[in-house]
Each structure stands twice: as structure tokens, then as C-alpha cells.
Design a protein around this ligand. Structure first.
Ligand SMILES: *[C@@H]1O[C@H](CO)[C@@H](O)[C@H](O)[C@H]1NC(C)=O
Length: 236
């Protein structure tokens, strides 16, 4: 009992010492689906083309390995499935001691602590935070609002009465009409119906100007947003 606790404390101390020597680390923040460059450069700027470095996520998963020209994209085996085909290094920067990597098309799951390790025991720590975006997630999240349905309820040459219906969403979606420029158009608080744990929203808007109009459904809780558009031609 005593021995394993001592070992544990010892390992912790080692870890703290290693982190302490390399500083608190760099923070990189990117939006979901974009690329992230994780910086890692030796202050000596020595040529590392013939050397080795090893990138890991959360001190465990193999992100990218380089050893004297052989690397994860030309045959070096052992890269974690999560990073296959998405990580590259900057070959022309190696001669300046720059072992930075780029992760393409970042996902929420890529958020975490990355370490860039050189065999001479120098380690750099980079915190990557991938921020979730509002986007269409109808395929990946249950309860995500389907595409709103727009219908013309009535029209004259001067105006057109548009109805937008959002059916069967959970959690409760916010439904809004927007003009081409993305301005939110004033509308009455829509009637909301709840049935079987799903929400049904109907929102009406009277268009008095020629243009294209969007009905947008947003569920912040699950970062889901989806819209439909209708263009109206008035002769007034
Ligand atoms: C290392 O290379 C990357 C990628 O080109 C660049 O973004 C970064 O600024 C470079 N770091 C230094 C210290 O030059």
C-alpha cells in the first residue's frame, strides 16, 4: 500500500517537474471544422531534419511522429486513428528547429493537451480548444430540428403572408424570420405546441418588399441551426 502511494507521489512530482521546466504551455483556440497550427520550436533554432520528435495528445495518443525524414505520413506506423490523414509537419521549417504541426478539419474531440517531445527530454505543452459552431447537425443529433417548411398563406400584389413551420424538435427551438442581410425581422411570439416531448412552432410574417426571406431554427443547447429560404416578388 505504502509503496504504491510513494510511487504515485513520485510520478506526480516527476510530471510537475517536467511541466514546470517547460512552462505552463501555449493555448490555441480554433473553430470546429477549421485547421489548427500547434507551435513547437527549439529556441536554439538548430536543424532538426536529422533528429526526432513525437507529438502526443493527452500524453498518450500518437498524433505525429518524425524521425530523420521518416514520419507518420510516409510510413512511420502507430499513428492514432483519430489523426490519420489530418496531420502534417512543415518540412521546410525543420532546419530552423521548428517542429510545429497542422491539424486539418478540427473536431470537438481534438480538444485537449498536446505535447511535443524531443528525445533530449525537452517537452512543449500546447492546449488546443476547438470551439463548437452553430451548424446543421440534423444528421448527427437526435431532436435536431428538421428543415423549416415555408408556405405562402395569402398574397396580393402588395404583400405576401408567409408561414414557417418547424416540426418535432427537442430541445425547444428558437424560430426567426430573417431578410437577405441576416437582420432578424420582428414577428409575434409564435405559438408553440408540445407533443410527445417534441416542439412544434409556427411563425408568420407579412412581407411587403421584394426579396428573399429565411426562416431560421436554432437550438443553442445542441449547437444546431438550420434554415429554409423563400424569395418573394411583389409588384407594388
Ligand atoms: C513555425 O512554423 C509554423 C508554420 O509555418 C509557424 O506558424 C510558426 O510561426 C513557426 N514558429 C517560429 C518560432 O518561427
Amino acid at each position: 500500500m505504502r509503496t504504491s502511494l510513494d510511487l504515485c507521489v513520485c510520478l506526480l512530482t516527476l510530471c510537475v517537474t517536467t511541466l514546470g521546466r517547460t512552462g505552463p504551455g501555449v493555448k490555441v483556440v480554433v473553430e470546429e471544422d477549421s485547421d489548427a497550427v500547434l507551435p513547437c520550436s527549439l529556441s536554439t533554432k538548430e536543424d532538426i531534419t536529422g533528429q526526432a520528435f513525437d507529438w502526443r495528445k493527452d500524453f498518450q495518443k500518437k498524433v505525429f511522429v518524425y524521425d530523420s525524414g521518416l514520419h507518420s505520413n510516409n510510413g512511420f506506423i502507430g499513428q492514432d486513428e483519430q489523426f490519420k490523414g489530418r496531420v502534417s509537419h512543415f518540412q521546410d521549417k525543420l532546419m530552423n528547429g521548428n517542429a510545429s504541426i497542422k491539424i486539418q478539419n478540427t473536431k470537438m474531440a481534438d480538444s485537449g493537451i498536446y505535447s511535443c517531445f524531443f528525445p533530449n527530454l525537452q517537452t512543449f505543452i500546447i492546449h488546443l480548444l476547438v470551439e463548437r459552431l452553430l451548424k446543421d447537425r440534423s444528421g448527427e443529433t437526435t431532436g435536431a430540428s428538421p428543415k423549416p417548411r415555408i408556405t405562402v398563406l395569402d398574397e396580393t400584389k402588395d404583400w405576401s403572408l408567409l408561414q414557417c413551420e418547424v416540426r418535432g424538435a427537442f430541445p425547444k427551438p428558437k424560430v426567426e424570420w430573417q431578410d437577405n442581410a441576416g437582420n432578424i425581422l420582428p414577428a409575434e411570439e409564435p405559438p408553440v405546441l408540445e407533443r410527445g416531448g417534441r416542439y412544434y412552432v409556427t411563425l408568420i410574417y407579412t412581407v411587403t418588399r421584394t426579396g428573399c426571406y429565411r426562416c431560421v431554427a436554432t437550438q443553442e443547447e445542441i449547437s444546431h441551426q438550420i434554415y429554409s429560404e423563400m424569395c418573394v416578388q411583389l409588384n407594388g
